[in-house]
Design a binder for this molecule. Structure first.
Ligand SMILES: C[S@@+](CC[C@H](N)C(=O)[O-])C[C@H]1O[C@@H](n2cnc3c(N)ncnc32)[C@H](O)[C@@H]1O
Length: 417
């Protein structure tokens, strides 16, 4: 009784806080409140981990807590790009070791240079975000470009200069230390190559720097590598993940801890799980490309809100625990007849350091072979924290067993803010 009273008192003391919608929410019950992305809501009571009592334009109702984020005024944010932290992490070897040890990734870039070596002769290349300079060194060693501008903003650039000299490439490769946005290069380039991809393709939004560099430094008709990119999705089973994080609370050591299940679901499943290694047999359907980006025509404002659609046909019956996401990038050949090469980070391809990203549902659903699962995905970039985004999924399941039956669901995943 005392704890309940304390709880009640605490609730009364909770300040009313402003939140902003990160995805559209459509009320399905009378006591819920609909809102759209960007709406400013006043949260009066954090009633449960999942549902909060909120107000919008004088109307009150419950809103899902994962669909809103704290409202921060842009002027309060010093470092919306978190550059100190971001470039700091590329200043030590840990990430470079992980990237260079990733053979499918690194060897794809080498293969791209090798298979285009004749066309690269006499061309000027920019390697944006060169890190240790691996791609620049591939260019200088495997082809005969006129020059390679290796651009790197992190302190690693000092080591890169040394690596270029040690490998005898200093007459071709020049290292430019600084953010590409702020650098003056000797001139425009024929090819802009970069390894900019993050989890779910866009996370960390280095792609914005690549597009900016393209518009400033790529010659008319020049080549972007990668030349296109796609985000793929599949409904999947994740039995082990569900068992370890949720079923665990049912009866550990013979005790009833089941009241912690909703807390566990909120704590473990409200954000995406990075580096999930899924098996091809966990896919309940054939994967689908939900977004495709053309790196020659994509514009920076396009990155604010990207929308994709999907329609899966369930190929084998199983428990639908969530969606798995990953990306692929394509490298068009410099000559029209050459092959387009691809790096695919999906479960049917050799494992890369990105692995896959798992987006767990709140409650699993059993799907039967032949059912259809259609819907849409929305990537909404955080307007304040520029390296972050929220991924929202809306779906409808249509059953083959019962043509009348149709279940809908929706969930939003902040990555990370
Ligand atoms: C994913 S790593 C790739 C490193 C290297 N190209 C490789 O393949 O091993 C991206 C690199 O780009 C750098 N970078 C990111 N944004 C940049 C910018 N705006 N200007 C210069 N360098 C940048 C980071 O510091 C990091 O070293």
């Amino acid at each position: 009784v005392i704890m309940e009273e304390v709880d009640e008192d605490l609730k009364k003391c909770q300040p009313v806080e402003d939140f902003v919608g990160v995805a559209d929410f459509c009320a399905t019950e009378d006591n819920q409140l609909s809102f759209t992305t960007g709406d400013r809501l006043r949260v009066h009571d954090r009633t449960s981990p999942e549902w909060w009592w909120a107000e919008l334009y004088g109307l009150f109702g419950y809103v899902p807590s994962s669909y809103v984020r704290p409202c921060i005024d842009e002027e309060d944010v010093d470092d919306a790009w978190q550059d100190e932290e971001y470039f700091g992490s590329y200043g030590s070897l840990k990430l470079h070791l992980e990237m260079l040890s990733d053979k499918p990734r690194t060897e794809t870039y080498r293969e791209v240079v090798l298979s285009n070596r004749h066309c690269l002769e006499g061309r000027v290349v920019m390697d944006l975000g060169c890190g240790t300079g691996i791609i620049s060194l591939f260019c200088a060693r495997l082809a005969e470009p006129a020059a390679v501008y290796a651009v790197e903003a992190s302190p690693m650039a000092d080591q890169t200069r040394e690596l270029v000299t040690r490998n005898g490439c200093q007459s071709v490769v020049s290292v430019f230390k600084g953010r590409v946005e702020e650098l003056a290069l000797p001139g425009k380039v024929d090819v802009l190559v970069s390894e900019w991809m993050g989890n779910c393709l866009l996370f960390e939004f280095m792609v914005e720097s690549v597009l900016l560099a393209r518009d400033r430094w790529l010659k008319e008709g020049g080549m972007m590598w990668p030349s296109s990119a796609a985000l793929s999705l599949v409904p999947c089973q994740a039995e082990e993940e569900y068992r370890r994080k949720i079923v665990f609370w049912e009866k550990p050591y013979g005790l009833d801890f089941s009241c912690l299940k909703s807390l566990a679901q909120k704590e473990f499943f409200s954000k995406p799980k990075f580096s999930h290694e899924m098996k091809p047999e966990d896919c309940l359907s054939a994967p689908c490309d939900v977004l495709t980006l053309d790196m020659h025509s994509l514009q920076i404002p396009d990155l604010e809100k990207l929308k994709g659609e999907f329609c899966f046909r369930v190929e084998k019956s199983g428990t639908f625990h969530g969606f798995a996401a990953w990306f692929s990038v394509q490298f068009q050949s410099l000559d029209e007849v050459g092959p387009t090469l691809e790096l695919n980070t999906g479960p049917h391809h050799p494992l890369t350091h990105w692995k896959q990203t798992l987006l767990m549902l709140d409650s699993p659903v059993f799907l039967h072979q032949g059912d259809s699962l259609s819907g849409m995905i929305l990537l909404h970039r955080n307007p304040v924290w520029r390296r972050h985004m929220t991924l929202s999924l809306h779906w409808t399941i249509r059953s083959t067993q019962d043509s009348e039956a149709c279940k809908t669901g929706q969930k939003s995943f902040p990555m990370w803010r």
